[in-house]
Design a protein around this ligand. Structure first.
Ligand code: IDP
Ligand code: MG
Length: 154
């Protein structure tokens, strides 16, 4: 079941020059880039992205954080990509995230947690559409695809 998910390397990830190491983790797992850009998220886009959190006490700080500097936005593709990426990311708060996960290995904060990943097929579809036009996404097969899993394995 190939899925696509939206991943954002948040401003702390870029500022701390962890971009290469974090992308490496997703690639190591077998996920493939379908699209990628460096951009600055403007407040209006940030509020649309995080609309489900509007009204929560941390919402203003979250908007300030995600708009505070450049981010790297990516679409990653692969089998069960949404759940696999969430697992690679670890729990939301760095101090709770398991060692071995991105958040568990690189952070300790509640807000500054390095990476965003879609949490469901519905949110993935909506979030991908917020950041990419269909023409900016590529659908291709890598040479090692057969060794990463059978397409219809049960
Ligand atoms: P997620 O990123 O693991 O999906 P969400 O609950 O969707 O977590 O929260 C979105 C983002 O808001 C988190 O990644 C984190 O940056 C921030 N955040 C969530 N809860 C808190 C909080 O209680 N205090 C401060 N920041 C928070
Ligand atoms: Mg979330």
């Amino acid at each position: 079941m190939v899925e696509r998910t939206l991943i954002i390397l948040k401003p702390d990830c870029v500022q701390r020059r962890l971009v290469g190491r974090i992308i490496q983790r997703f690639e190591d797992k077998g996920l493939v880039l379908a699209g990628m850009k460096l951009m600055r998220i403007m407040p209006e886009l940030a509020e649309r992205h995080y609309a489900p959190h509007k009204g929560k006490p941390f919402f203003p700080g979250l908007i300030e954080y995600i708009t505070s500097g450049p981010v790297v936005v990516m679409v990653l593709a692969g089998a069960r990509a949404i759940a696999v990426c969430r697992k690679l990311m670890g729990k939301t708060f760095g101090f709770e995230a398991e060692p071995g996960s991105i958040r568990g290995d690189f952070g300790i904060s509640m807000t500054y947690n390095l990476v965003h990943g879609s949490d469901s097929p519905e949110s993935a579809a909506g979030e991908i559409a917020l950041y990419f036009t269909p023409g900016e996404l590529l659908d291709f097969t890598t040479a090692d695809a057969d060794w990463l899993g059978r397409p219809n394995e049960v």
